[in-house]
Design a protein around this ligand. Structure first.
Ligand code: ADP
Ligand code: ADP
Length: 250
């Protein structure tokens, strides 16, 4: 049961070949760690998988839920047929080739289906913790009362209910990162992409943040794709792949 399938991804920046033919299948519900030394192509791979940056060649196919505006019966049937031809995905999924979408469609899909956590929390400094979590829900069209109720539940889930009114500048790095995780998970993305999510934290905080992230993702049946160069962080994953000089290590 595959949720994301990448084939032969290649990407260069000028003369630097960041990816040189990477194929990987990501299983629905798994926590996958992308490991490798600095400069090996991990972030470039994550960006290609998430549709942030297009590869020069190769494909990324996302087997996601049937989009709301395409749930007419004939369409769903066609989607299932296409899915059964291309491999193993579950019914009620709709294969979409990310690498063939327009920029607008790819951006929309990313907003609706994917969540992101980066090395630094990137919270909005003028907004409280609770407001920061509520923003993507409000932008996604959730009504104010429901958005704040959901945001508060996620604040509780990351153990920071007492920080609802705190501003990012008043929180520690670990706390800010837990808010960023709550913000990423509250819209219930199919896939959470995390690029060195604990890269700015000390080891104790890293473990705490990662164990929380993985536990929440599992409880809510989300797939996680995690870039890290730290084996202690990768240990939280179900599976790891290693990128070296732009290719996967066998
Ligand atoms: P990692 O995440 O493993 O550290 P990256 O994917 O960030 O590796 O980078 C892979 C290679 O591509 C490195 O040599 C890096 O310097 C280069 N690179 C990445 N992004 C860019 C960019 N926007 N412009 C030029 N070179 C880049
Ligand atoms: P990471 O490895 O976690 O991506 P970096 O500091 O290597 O962190 O990269 C931060 C950003 O800069 C990324 O968006 C990456 O694509 C870009 N980048 C990385 N290397 C280069 C480079 N040599 N030239 C220009 N941009 C780069």
């Amino acid at each position: 049961n595959i949720i994301l399938s990448a084939r032969d991804l290649a990407k260069s920046y000028g003369k630097t070949a960041a990816l040189r033919g990477v194929s990987v299948d990501i299983r629905r519900g798994e926590v996958l760690a992308i490991m490798g030394p600095s400069g090996s192509g991990k972030s470039t791979l994550l960006h290609a998988l998430a549709g942030i940056e297009l590869p020069d060649s190769g494909t990324v196919t996302y087997f996601g839920p049937v989009p709301a505006d395409r749930r007419s019966a004939p369409d769903a049937a066609a989607a299932r047929q296409l899915a059964s031809q291309s491999g193993a995905p579950a019914p009620e999924t709709h294969p979409r080739e990310l690498t063939a979408l327009s920029d607008n469609d790819r951006t929309r899909l990313r907003r609706e289906d994917f969540g992101f956590v980066f090395q630094f929390s990137q919270l909005i400094p003028e907004l409280t913790a609770l407001d920061n979590i509520a923003v993507p829900l409000l932008l996604g069209g959730t009504k104010k009362r429901a958005a704040y109720a959901t945001a508060y539940r996620w604040l509780e889930r990351v153990g920071l209910a007492d920080h609802a009114k705190a501003l990012p500048g008043e929180m520690s790095g670990g706390e800010a990162q837990r808010i960023a995780i709550a913000r990423a998970l509250s819209p219930h993305p199919s896939i959470l992409f995390a690029d060195e999510p604990t890269g700015s934290l000390d080891s104790l905080n890293s473990e705490y943040v990662m164990s929380g992230l993985v536990q929440l993702a599992r409880e809510h049946a989300m797939t996680v794709v995690l870039v890290t160069h730290e084996p202690t962080i990768a240990a939280y994953a179900d599976r790891e792949i290693i990128v070296r000089d732009g290719i996967l290590e066998a």
